[in-house]
Design a protein around this ligand. Structure first.
Ligand SMILES: C[S@@+](CC[C@H](N)C(=O)[O-])C[C@H]1O[C@@H](n2cnc3c(N)ncnc32)[C@H](O)[C@@H]1O
Length: 211
């Protein structure tokens, strides 16, 4: 298993200096940025974000336990991380080390293509992969590797949310590897697929087939 590149929590490898940074510097910088520099109003008005905030996240907020991987961290996703119950083992990951500041307590700097070399196999109940296919993970080959890595780390029947844009990439749920490793499913009363008026965003729920 590869060494963690960076983890922004107290899980491993923190020298005194880096834990001071995590405890004081990053929260202060985040607060300053969110209050005086960055504005997430645009994102909050997008139909896909409204769906996340009013449909999916309230359902996830009810979970009292389990392990969830949140992929791709930005200033406009920071608030969402705070919805999760403390009993949930929330892990965040982003390839860009500048986004450590927007990750959770247990944050990994890595590519999602290799996530199965950083975390235990079959250990996650849910993976939230919104806005990553088509926003960095763009080719068929990259998406195939991502599906394999996520199937490795998900429990059987574990849920994978794939949020993508149909003007950026072809339907990733139609890739053969997606059909081989996952099946389409509803999630807690939400349909397998949700589309939005005047938006190219699509939300799909998949579940991991048994290996
Ligand atoms: C458009 S943002 C989406 C953020 C968020 N997931 C959301 O729900 O809106 C794309 C994020 O994915 C990250 N990303 C791109 N390629 C990645 C990769 N190979 N592995 C992990 N993160 C990646 C980017 O650094 C960026 O933070």
């Amino acid at each position: 298993m590869a060494q963690l590149a960076t983890i922004n929590g107290n899980t491993m490898g923190n020298s005194g200096v880096s834990s001071l940074k995590n405890q004081f510097y990053l929260p202060l910088k985040r607060w300053l940025l969110l209050n005086f520099r960055l504005d997430d109003t645009y994102f909050k008005k997008q139909p896909d974000r409204i769906w996340l905030n009013t449909q999916l996240y309230p359902r996830l907020a009810k979970l009292k336990q389990g392990r969830i991987l949140f992929v791709g961290c930005a200033y406009y996703t920071w608030e969402s991380l705070r919805l999760f119950d403390k009993g949930v083992d929330l892990v965040t990951v982003d390839i860009d080390e500048n986004n450590v500041i927007w990750g959770g307590k247990n944050h990994i700097v890595a590519s999602i293509l290799d996530i199965d070399t950083y975390v235990e196999p079959g250990s996650f109940d849910i993976v939230l992969l919104n806005g990553v296919f088509g926003h960095g993970v763009d080719t068929k080959e990259m998406q195939e590797q991502t599906y394999k890595a996520l199937h490795n780390i998900l429990k059987p029947d574990g849920m994978l949310l794939v949020g993508w844009n149909d003007d950026l990439i072809p339907d990733p749920t139609e890739l053969q590897i997606s059909k081989d490793l996952f099946y389409k499913s509803e999630y807690e009363g939400l349909p397998q697929r949700t589309t939005f008026q005047n938006s190219t965003h699509i939300m799909d729920f998949l579940r991991a087939k048994k290996a």
